[in-house]
Design a binder for this molecule. Structure first.
Ligand SMILES: Nc1ncnc2c1ncn2[C@@H]1O[C@H](COP(=O)(O)OP(=O)(O)OP(=O)(O)O)[C@@H](O)[C@H]1O
Ligand SMILES: [Mg+2]
Length: 290
């Protein structure tokens, strides 16, 4: 059984008379324990797909299952990490991590032993994420990389089966991001999570993913799925391997082809030629007509 299963999924946003087809006929199976990455031009529906799997939005067509159960809203089996760290600034690092569990304790009338267990789990996660020294610090005292590690630890607190990440490292500098890559691979393997990870960065997508799912816009859809034929245990040297580099150029080329960027560039080129020749800029389409 797949950890995540999307079959013929569609999502249309309607507001008044406007209708945006954000996703059309998306079918995707993610195996238990698999790490997949989603890339594609801006607006191709990556975040929308993630939100549908998280149950934060409702799909308008098709079926989505998590762990064999139809997704009808958010659930403790799925956790999401966003690009902006979204920590509670008034709570310490440790309190931020424990927060989700504390809510569960209050709502489900748990015992103090549960709270104690949550405390142990929070400490274990702090250690795993290299944050043990920072337990009593406040978010404003942490670097971006540290804040994002807290957000990941918080997401892992409830032992989700599925971790959904939307450009979680987008705001970090290149060096910090590299460190985070190896950390997240290690942590997710240890926790046994299935991961769906959205990114703009093709290098990041290949380094982290067992498969790279390339999406295309207008309407948002899956264009192609690329298996990453690198050893499962990744190391930074692999970024220079022939497999990595050839996959990278294939994916980049395909993103260019599907995003409409090539057409835009071609149009720009034609326009600049016209200007050099002193011809008018308008109506490039009829310029070649007899
Ligand atoms: N709440 C909403 N209401 C209306 N349209 C929306 C809404 N959310 C997303 N869309 C539209 O759906 C499409 C897909 O958006 P989405 O945010 O999923 O793209 P994305 O691939 O994540 O883009 P980016 O790479 O820029 O984050 C876009 O055309 C967007 O304008
Ligand atoms: Mg997005």
């Amino acid at each position: 059984m797949s950890a995540v299963s999307c079959r013929g999924v569609g999502k249309v946003f309607t507001s008044g008379r406007t209708r945006v087809v954000a996703l059309e006929n998306v079918s995707l199976e993610v195996a238990d324990g698999e790490f997949i990455t989603l890339v594609g031009a801006s607006g191709c529906g990556k975040s929308t797909l993630l939100r549908l799997i998280a149950g934060l939005d409702e799909h308008t067509e098709g079926e989505i299952e998590a762990g064999g159960v139809p997704v009808q809203g958010p659930g403790a089996d799925r956790a999401m990490v966003f690009q902006n760290y979204s920590l509670y600034p008034w709570l310490t690092v440790k309190a931020n991590i424990k927060f989700a569990r504390q809510l569960a304790v209050h709502t489900h009338d748990r015992t103090s032993a549960d709270v104690e267990a949550a405390s142990g789990r929070a400490e274990a996660l702090l250690g795993l994420m290299g944050l043990a020294q920072m337990a009593q610090a406040y978010p404003s005292q942490l670097s971006g990389g540290m804040q994002q590690r807290v957000a990941i630890a918080r997401a892992l607190m409830t032992r989700p089966r599925i971790l959904l990440m939307d450009e979680p490292f987008g705001a970090l500098d290149a060096q910090t991001r590299e460190v985070m890559h190896d950390l997240i691979l290690h942590v997710c393997r240890l926790e046994g999570c299935t991961v769906v990870f959205v990114t703009h960065d093709v290098d990041e997508a290949i380094y982290l993913g067992e498969r790279v799912v390339l999406m295309a816009p207008r309407p948002g859809r899956i264009d192609s799925i690329h298996a990453v034929l690198l050893p499962r245990e990744r190391n930074p040297a692999m970024k220079h391997s022939a497999e990595f580099l050839s996959l990278r150029s294939r994916v980049l080329e395909r993103i260019r082809e599907t995003s409409g960027l090539i057409t835009d560039l071609e149009l720009l080129r034609k326009l600049s030629q016209r200007t050099t020749l002193g011809q008018p800029l308008q109506d490039t389409s009829s310029a070649n007509a007899p």
